[in-house]
Design a protein around this ligand. Structure first.
Ligand SMILES: Nc1ncnc2c1ncn2[C@@H]1O[C@H](COP(=O)(O)OP(=O)(O)OP(=O)(O)O)[C@@H](O)[C@H]1O
Length: 260
């Protein structure tokens, strides 16, 4: 069964249709890219999947349950993690603190445990620390472990967001333009990291991306949106050679791509 099934999803902002009757599946243990021209509805789709926007209609079935109407923290607790186009790290917390702070949606010990420092609470704290350390190592920013997030190089801040998302041990990881602002070498490292995440944690990674080279290298499936609708879906080869997709992109050739 797919890890996520999107059924007839629709999002309306007043008179503007951002996502239009969209249906698709996200298979288990797959890297999937969502592409499309500016304004196609990619971020709106991510915002609905992660509970930040409520769809006007439609269903999002995650691991067998319809999650429409749930709050973002509830969806995170069920095993969906995401990063944002604009970084959302806590600037004055260290790398380790940032990752540990992101894990609280998955903790079980409540106020009693925190106040009386019970054995269960101590065990949970130890687990949080070791998972956080493991995720920081995994993405390769352990040398910055005790540095405040605001003092990290830009690329390391992006990796910190990924480490924080991984630390909740998600079943699906959504990355919103993870390569934004990256040079060629940094993009190669990111391709390597996404592949390692998929293989090591055996989860699905879904990304919004504009860089066709990166999409081609990293994705097993590609979903193309245009004007909020599905324009094409398939392997990178199938999709990138699809005349409808080529036309959608060539149609905006003269426009400046501000997010590239
Ligand atoms: N909160 C909002 N209120 C009103 N309109 C919105 C809102 N969020 C998005 N839109 C509109 O919905 C449409 C889809 O926008 P969205 O940001 O989802 O596209 P996108 O494919 O992510 O674009 P980009 O590649 O530029 O990030 C656009 O016309 C946008 O202006």
């Amino acid at each position: 069964m797919p890890i996520i099934q999107v059924k007839n999803l629709h999002l309306q902002f007043g008179g503007l249709t951002a996502v239009n009757n969209l249906s698709f599946d996200i298979p288990n243990e797959t890297v999937m890219s969502v592409i499309g021209p500016n304004g196609a509805g990619k971020t709106s789709l991510f915002n609905m999947l992660s509970g930040f926007y409520r769809p006007t209609r439609g269903e999002i079935v995650f691991n067998g349950t319809n999650i429409v109407g749930k709050q973002p923290h509830q969806i995170t607790a069920q095993g969906m993690a995401r990063t944002f186009q604009n970084l959302r790290v806590f600037p004055n917390l260290t790398v380790l603190e940032n990752v540990m702070a992101g894990m609280h949606s998955r903790t079980k010990q409540g106020l009693y445990g925190a106040l009386f420092h019970t054995k269960a609470q101590r065990l949970e704290e130890e687990t949080i620390l070791s998972v956080a350390e493991e995720c920081i190592r995994f993405v390769g920013i352990d040398k910055y472990r005790n540095r405040r997030a605001k003092n990290l190089p830009y690329g390391a801040q992006r990796y910190l967001e990924i480490a924080r998302a991984l630390a909740i041990q998600p079943k699906v990881l959504f990355l919103d333009e993870p390569a934004a602002g990256f040079n060629f070498t940094e993009k190669q490292d990111l391709i390597d990291l996404i592949g390692r995440i998929r293989r090591t944690y055996k989860i699905s990674v879904v990304l919004i991306e504009h860089d066709m080279g990166l999409i081609n290298k990293v994705s097993e499936r590609v979903l193309v949106l245009n004007y909020g609708q599905k324009l094409a879906e398939g392997t990178p080869d199938e999709v990138l050679n699809n005349p409808l997709v080529i036309e959608a992109y060539l149609g905006k050739e003269d426009e400046t791509d501000e997010s590239a």
